[in-house]
Ligand binder design. Structure first.
Ligand SMILES: NC(=O)c1ccc[n+]([C@@H]2O[C@H](COP(=O)([O-])OP(=O)(O)OC[C@H]3O[C@@H](n4cnc5c(N)ncnc54)[C@H](O)[C@@H]3O)[C@@H](O)[C@H]2O)c1
Length: 280
């Protein structure tokens, strides 16, 4: 929890577009200093121009979150140029929708796990020591998804949801381990936000070879065009850091499928109780 964000410094991954850009704009409005990170250096220039136009001090730092060396180098540069770091938003992520689990290629498993899971791990490894170094209040926000709390049967979100469940579990563990210290933790779980998430191929690391967004995934884009504006999500994140919220949901209607999943889990325990009673 950081009750007043003004004058504090934030690192945001995936800041070149979408939610990362929205968080950067919201943080700029709070008077924060920003390190904007993304694998697409050209996209960072747009966000840099937008936040500096709002009076924020900011630097653009190209970074591939799936590459530990790239994240470590960026952390060293940010720390040298901006000094103390107070907020880390592990937000970069890619979609892998519309492909059945059995049809995901080896390279695509490496990509989706590399960015969505290893990206968060790499961010924690490189930046947590820097968040702790100054002893003042600090906060980590990991971007999961509502897909980290239920698997949407209609959109074949298995590979993506698997990585987002991992982000939720990792965040829950971090919250437990950092309880009582100067570093707070939140996990962000948005539903539809109007971004370019379904055009993830534009951000595919070169070492994985050329990629292509599949047509099923591109067709999903119309489902999020009337989603939340990214900056609204950014304001939600700023509020969560100020007040120390852990689970940061956005779309209240998504409570229903999450409750349906929980009801099935409870039914599983009820069956286990019956079986255990009959089979001592
Ligand atoms: N848009 C939604 O509806 C939605 C819903 C729930 C969760 N999310 C999550 O929000 C986060 C941001 O997604 P978005 O919707 O803003 O999409 P987006 O594509 O607009 O933004 C993602 C950004 O991450 C960057 N990125 C991708 N791979 C990277 C890498 N290896 N290293 C560094 N940067 C990389 C991209 O270049 C891009 O700028 C993701 O984690 C996504 O899973 C999005």
């Amino acid at each position: 929890m950081i009750p007043n964000l003004r004058g504090h410094t934030a690192v945001i991954t995936g800041a070149g577009s979408g939610i990362g850009q929205g968080v950067a704009l919201a943080f700029a409005a709070e008077g924060m200093t920003l390190a904007l990170c993304d694998i697409r250096a050209e996209a960072l220039e747009e966000t840099l121009a937008l936040v500096t136009a709002r009076g924020a001090q900011a630097i653009a730092v190209p970074m591939d979150v799936s590459d530990p060396a790239s994240v470590a180098q960026a952390a060293a540069r940010i720390s040298a140029e901006l000094g103390d770091i107070h907020v880390l938003c592990n937000n970069a992520g890619i979609a892998m929708h519309g492909v059945p689990v059995a049809e995901v290629t080896e390279e695509n498993w490496d990509w989706v796990i590399g960015v969505n899971v290893r990206g968060v791990i790499n961010g924690v490894h490189a930046f947590l020591p820097l968040l702790q170094l100054h002893g003042g209040p600090a906060h980590i926000v990991n971007t999961a998804s509502i897909g980290g709390f239920q698997v949407n049967a209609g959109f074949r979100t298995g590979p993506y949801s698997m990585t987002k469940y991992a982000v939720v579990a990792l965040s829950e563990a971090l919250e437990q381990e950092l309880a009582g210290t100067s570093v707070g933790v939140s996990v962000l779980a948005p539903a539809a936000v109007a971004t370019g998430i379904f055009r993830s191929a534009r951000a595919r690391p070169e070492r994985l070879g050329p990629g292509q967004d599949n047509p099923t995934q591109l067709a999903l884009e119309e489902l999020i065009t009337d989603g939340w504006a990214p900056e609204r999500v950014g304001r939600r994140v700023a509020h969560a850091i100020r007040t120390g919220e852990f689970y940061v949901f956005t779309h209240v209607a998504m409570q229903i499928p999450v409750e349906q999943r929980h009801a099935r889990i409870q039914q599983g325990f009820a069956r286990a109780a019956l079986w255990s009673a009959a089979n001592p």
